[in-house]
Design a protein around this ligand. Structure first.
Ligand code: NDP
Length: 284
């Protein structure tokens, strides 16, 4: 079994991005800018936003933090998004989810200019992903593909089974795997004989949101196991995969923490750099 070290890969990506910032600044006099919007005081969201800002600063990106009170009316948030859409210093806009009940999240996500939608959730970017012409792809799925590539894991022709069909992980990662010529099966809560399906996987992606859901009997010998889950059990962070049971069977496996998690924020920065390059007509 080999461990897929997402922490290490994400640090390598960050180092590379810091060099890129210096290069694009030389060429354009500008730096990539990321605006992060937080509505309310959800503690987990506040931590995510703080981390995103810290990462921006350490890479030399400009960061713009907007913290709005929980009772902010939808119209005010839409007005802020509109002002960020036209701000030349802002290349990426991220509205931290979940949003308070009075705000229609779909409406807000649709208001972000697709060119600045570094989360990749806008229907235009989702559509581009379906037709295989995407620029901005959701960060966690992109992080997963990047990890497979970095570890030299072949995707083409493999049977990839994705557990979960959410818009932020399951569906986009399935499309990316399909785009790389895997044969893809998507499972969800109504899938019958789940273990019989997951046992066929050469590459198994678990994005279920249930602690240690994937057990050894659900995994084929030699499978590559990617654990997206972030669950808190007795104050400890655990994935959707029963790591101890499964590690002996897998050829490669991501740990939690230190697997997919750190890749998500690195991909957010990479998407912001992509948006910046597209805006300035620079190609990597
Ligand atoms: P969702 O809750 O949106 O989706 C979970 C999916 O799992 C659904 O499609 C659901 O099926 C399916 N599911 C639930 N129970 C079962 C079951 N018993 N059998 C089969 N399928 C089941 O979660 P997300 O996709 O947003 O997130 C998944 C996990 O990944 C979470 O732990 C989350 O915290 C984590 N995450 C981690 C990130 C990272 O950066 N590492 C980023 C984003 C998420 P159905 O559609 O039928 O309800």
């Amino acid at each position: 079994m080999a461990l897929i070290d997402g922490k290490k890969v994400s640090l390598e990506i960050r180092d590379h991005l810091a060099e890129e910032v210096a290069e694009v600044k030389r060429k354009t006099g500008a730096v990539p800018g990321l605006a992060v919007v937080l509505v309310g005081d959800d503690p987990a969201s506040a931590v995510y936003v703080r981390n995103k800002n810290k990462t921006c600063q350490s890479l030399g990106f400009a960061s713009f933090e907007h913290v709005l009170p929980a009772e902010t009316p939808e119209a005010d948030l839409l007005a802020l998004v509109e002002s960020l859409n036209v701000d030349e210093k802002v290349h990426g806009i991220l509205v931290q989810l979940p949003l308070p009940g009075q705000i229609d999240s779909e409406k807000v996500l649709r208001a972000i200019l697709p060119e600045k939608d570094v989360d990749g959730f806008h229907p235009v970017n989702m559509g581009q992903l379906v037709v295989g012409r995407s620029l901005l792809v959701p960060c966690t799925p992109l992080g997963i593909i990047t990890l497979l590539d970095r570890y030299g894991i072949d995707i083409e022709g493999k049977h990839a089974v994705v557990l979960g069909r959410s818009n932020i992980v399951g569906k986009p990662v399935s499309l990316l795997l399909l785009g790389r010529n895997a044969t893809v099966t998507i499972c969800h809560s109504r899938t019958r004989e789940l273990a019989a399906v997951t046992r066929q996987a050469d590459i198994l992606v678990a994005a279920v949101g249930r602690a240690r859901f994937v057990t050894a009997d659900m995994v084929k010998d030699g499978a590559v196991v990617i654990d997206v889950g972030i669950n808190r059990v007795d104050g400890k962070l655990v994935g959707d995969v029963d790591f101890q049971g499964v590690e002996g069977k897998a050829s490669f496996i991501t740990p939690v923490p230190g697997g997919v998690g750190p890749m998500t924020i690195a991909m957010l920065m990479e998407n912001t750099m992509k948006a910046f390059r597209a805006r300035h007509g620079l190609f990597a």
